[in-house]
Design a protein around this ligand. Sequence first.
Ligand SMILES: Cc1ncc(COP(=O)(O)O)c(C=O)c1O
Length: 361
Amino acid sequence: MSRRPVAQINLAALSHNLQRVQQLAPASKILAVLKANAYGHGLVKVAQTLTAADAFAVARIDEALALRTAGIVKPIVLLEGFYEAAELPILLANNLQTVVHNELQLQALEQTAFDGQLKVWLKIDTGMHRLGITPERFDEFYRRLWQCQAVQPGIRLMSHFCCADMPGSAKTAEQLALFQQLCTDKAEQQSLANSAAIISLPQSHGDWVRPGLMLHGISPLPDKLGQQHQLQPVMRLSSRLIAMRQVQAGETVGYGGTWRAEQTTWIGVIAIGYGDGYPRHAINGTPVWLAGREVKLVGRVSMDMITVDLGDAPTESIGDEAVLWGPELAIERVAQCAETIPYELLCNITPRVDYQYITRQ
Ligand SMILES: Cc1ncc(COP(=O)(O)O)c(C=O)c1O
């Protein structure tokens, strides 16, 4: 029996979550965000499964080209756009759409003439202050893009929320109002909503919604679980119990001796660690699902192993399966115990983990 950790990816759950997006935003098209290896789920498999999405978004050109190489023909949007003019012919040849968020990109487009036109999404900074043109320059960018020979008519307009995961946030209301005010007399298609806004801010849905995290069955809102939004977890990360030992009251477990047994107990050793992407900062008490019950992590996470407290009369045996997150144990809970967010846990999974794709509910 393999002792390697396994990330089982449930493609039926992925399709279900996409349907859930459709239910929540029935009037919008779906731009499924697949950057960072589809949030650690496997870029190509995820794209092949999301046949009902209208288009895909990635952060970088190599991610887009990997999709094209795999035979994906749907529209693909580069969320950070291109970095230099030399990339423009590659975008055209591969039918990649680009976000434009700065003057250098605009100038490159103005100076390019080729046999064909690119679809452009103009990104406006309404308050995130990361990418995007300032509201003051919106009219100028809009006009100049319209005049570019290399740009397809029908520019799309977009912005990104910084606080959509904080329902009721004044900042989100300000961003929405500013975006709507800027775009009010524009007939072009518009896009604002990430997962959190899809769930909690229907008035922001617009022509295109941009779900990422929720496609994987995870709640984008703190203190909520995916199932509370009728989402199904897609990833199930598991490994095996490889050793059990009894420790006496007062003995410590693991590097640094940071956890001390208060009474005699059994410790289980599970073959997963930060070398696989399990978070090193997971605290004592982080839940682990082991052979049908929840046990608690104790001691420091090491590179290849974690240790859990099995109590004084364990029923487990070596070889039993442990689930680190998945349908049995919400990743949102694990993230909280590691002072991080599910996004980071998913992206941190390393190549030592085997991927298995299943298609049943
Ligand atoms: C521009 C943009 N839109 C949409 C998303 C999707 O966000 P989420 O995964 O929270 O749905 C992201 C991801 O960070 C993004 O950068």
